[in-house]
Design a protein around this ligand. Sequence first.
Ligand code: MG
Length: 269
Amino acid sequence: MERIRVIAFDADDTMWVNEPMFRSVKAEFMALLEKYADTGTIQERLIAVERENIGVFGYGVKGFLLSLIETAAQVSRERLSGADIQKLIGLGKEMLASPVELLDGVEPVLETLCRSYTLMIITKGDLLDQESKIARSNLAPYFDGIEILSEKDEAAYDRVLSTHGIHPREFMMVGNSLRSDVLPVVNLGGHAVHVPFATTWAHEQVAVSAMDQSMWLTLSSLGELPACLPRQEPYFGRENAMPEKMLGARPGRENPRPKQTRALARKIS
Ligand SMILES: [Mg+2]
């Protein structure tokens, strides 16, 4: 393995629990709509509506909530009551305020790795929601950079890496989604570690049978990661040792994001 300098972590279902909350709200949603249609029909419609809406509203709770309301209007044939809509909005608000539950062993792993590597968060979703979860996780001090993207595809990773002056071969992405955390990074020539979570959102599912799984490492928990990495001398005075390019955009490139994310990291640390 080449010398890895930067390790980036996905957030939802990699560092903290996310999908189970969506599943439990979906279960409440099904119960609310059972007077209009059977569970299979509602589920199928919701997946289709969410898929159509991602390009319009993006990822996250707010887009999900709008998809719930749209699905409900469709399966109820527009008989949905104001009280039902209010109930759905209440569920969305509860999701946004729910406590951040860290996955086992996350903090010790970050504590170990931040001594030898530049660490980043690369997540997608609603900006305010993700900022709030990062703040509530109390993990921000371990990270040198935070990127909240609207999509995690090859173009987005390429943009992040070039903005921060990181060569793909010195970059490793760690996450629960093959589609968003592993495949685009491997395709760019970077390293990836897949740490599957118990459940995967339908939109993130990909067929792995036809893929060369030797291109990435699969671990059963994040706690196994440090032992899989080559031994490196820890560097001291992490702030000073941080590569200059991590701290700002490349000269001449129009990209204010690093300054914003650094300010965010400072603000929430
Ligand atoms: Mg994830």
